[in-house]
Design a protein around this ligand. Structure first.
Ligand code: SDX
Length: 388
């Protein structure tokens, strides 16, 4: 018979951790980074300043920000040899597969000279990752469309430079629209950190073994790829494509409610938020602003808004507190920025990198033990091998 074991109350203690970086109140829909509400950071700050805040715990002075920006810009290029690694992938590989490989490969360029017990080495690893991830993300996109990678331009802001590397070419460069750059920056800010989500917990667990930070971030990228997590932004657009028209919404709502159907309403629900995800509200505002300023009338936005209206009036969703999350509207903005659907989760990973590396840095900078989640064993009790 199955063994009956007493439940060890300490069981859950090994599955939680302490952090000073981000606070979430899921019932009230509150998200604070080092005490600052995400709504205020999205409106008044910018992505590099949020990177500094997550890493160092305080907003930078003007000089500190200028110095931090200069240090990041000194590391935006990647080793030329990385291009040979990139060229080994199929051009039609999923961008997240390439991103995961490329970031993991950074270990091969910096690992042997890296001592994670040295505060300077920890700091420079964080800088290198924040600086190089957008360069790698843009390389991944350019490779997928058969265009040459663009070198970073350090005269541009972080988000302008990213859009430059994504959409300009050696044959000709156009000015990056301030509207697009501001929207890109806002999207990065809204994805920067989110406490102990699946990918951040993966980074922390990998880091607790003493693995190098580049390998830890690659592990985080792998975890983010799943459609239940960061892969949801791509899945939302594919779902809206499949719904196609308002007249089909009820059919998909019924599928999402059907226990025998694995389909979930992508971009809805959250393990922690049982209220609106505050980032979804800002994302929706940004959506309206960007599409308005670009003069885009995207029928998928109308469809998304109708889907939200119908779902939030359905008892199944209301009783379970299933609200739109950060992924519900982000894809519509990314599409308006000209970013292809299969690149959406790469954008999420680019925005989440400062959060991942801040958590790694926080854990590694204090005495830590290797993570070892406990299990509740529900298998056979001991039994003897049969005589046969
Ligand atoms: C992210 O953790 C983070 O912080 C993640 C993230 C971050 O910034 O890192 O916020 C980013 O991952 C956002 C989530 C993106 N994923 C999606 O949008 C995929 C669709 N959502 C679902 O897969 C789901 O809501 C999850 C995975 C997000 C959460 O799953 P849970 O924890 O199982 O949700 P739950 O316990 O609150 O579910 C309660 C009930 C269940 O039904 P009952 O058993 O009560 O009958 O609600 C149902 C669930 O089946 N449910 C849904 C649903 N989400 C939950 N039913 C239909 N459609 C959905 N989207």
């Amino acid at each position: 018979s199955e063994g009956v074991f007493t439940f060890d109350p300490g069981f859950m203690s090994t599955a939680s951790c302490e952090s000073k970086i981000t606070y979430i109140d899921g019932d009230k829909g509150i998200l604070l980074h080092r005490g600052y509400p995400i709504e205020q950071l999205a409106e008044k700050s910018d992505f590099l300043e949020v990177c500094y805040l997550l890493l160092k715990g305080e907003l930078p002075s003007a000089e500190e920000k200028a110095k931090f920006t200069g240090t990041i810009q000194a590391h935006t290029m990647v080793h030329e040899q990385l291009k040979s690694f990139l060229n080994g992938f199929r051009r039609d590989a999923h961008p997240m597969a390439i991103m995961c490989g490329m970031v993991g490969a950074l270990s091969a360029f910096y690992h042997d000279s890296l001592d994670i017990n040295d505060p300077m080495h920890r700091e420079i690893s964080a800088i290198r990752l924040i600086a190089k991830i957008p360069t790698i993300a843009a390389m991944v996109y350019k490779y997928s469309v058969g265009q040459p990678a663009m070198y970073p331009r350090n005269d541009l802001s972080y988000s302008e430079n990213f859009l430059h590397m994504m959409f300009n070419s050696p044959a000709g460069s156009r000015e990056i629209s301030p509207v697009l750059a501001r929207a890109m920056d806002r999207i990065f800010v809204l994805h920067a950190d989110h406490e102990q989500n699946a990918s951040t917990s993966t980074v922390r667990l990998a880091g607790s073994s003493g693995a190098n930070p580049f390998a830890c971030i690659a592990a985080g990228i792998a975890a983010l790829w799943g459609p239940a997590h960061g892969g949801a932004n791509e899945a939302v657009l594919r779902m809206l494509d499949e719904i196609g028209d308002v007249s089909n919404i009820d059919k998909f709502i019924a599928k999402a409610k059907d226990k025998d159907d694995p389909f979930k309403l992508m971009g809805f629900g959250h393990r922690v938020y049982k209220n609106f995800d505050p980032r979804a509200k800002v994302m929706k505002q940004t959506c309206d602003e960007v599409l308005g300023e670009l003069g885009i009338n995207d029928p998928q936005l109308e469809l998304a808004m109708k889907l939200e209206e119908i779902a939030l009036s359905d008892p199944y969703f209301v009783e379970r507190n299933l609200y739109p999350n950060v992924d519900f509207y982000s894809g519509i903005i990314l599409k308006a920025l000209g970013i292809p659907t299969e690149m959406f989760t790469v954008i999420f990973a680019t925005g989440r990198t400062p959060g991942w590396i801040a958590h790694w840095h926080e854990m590694i900078s204090h005495p830590y033990k290797i993570g070892r989640p406990r299990q509740l064993y529900t298998g056979h009790t001991q039994r003897d091998y049969p005589n046969r």
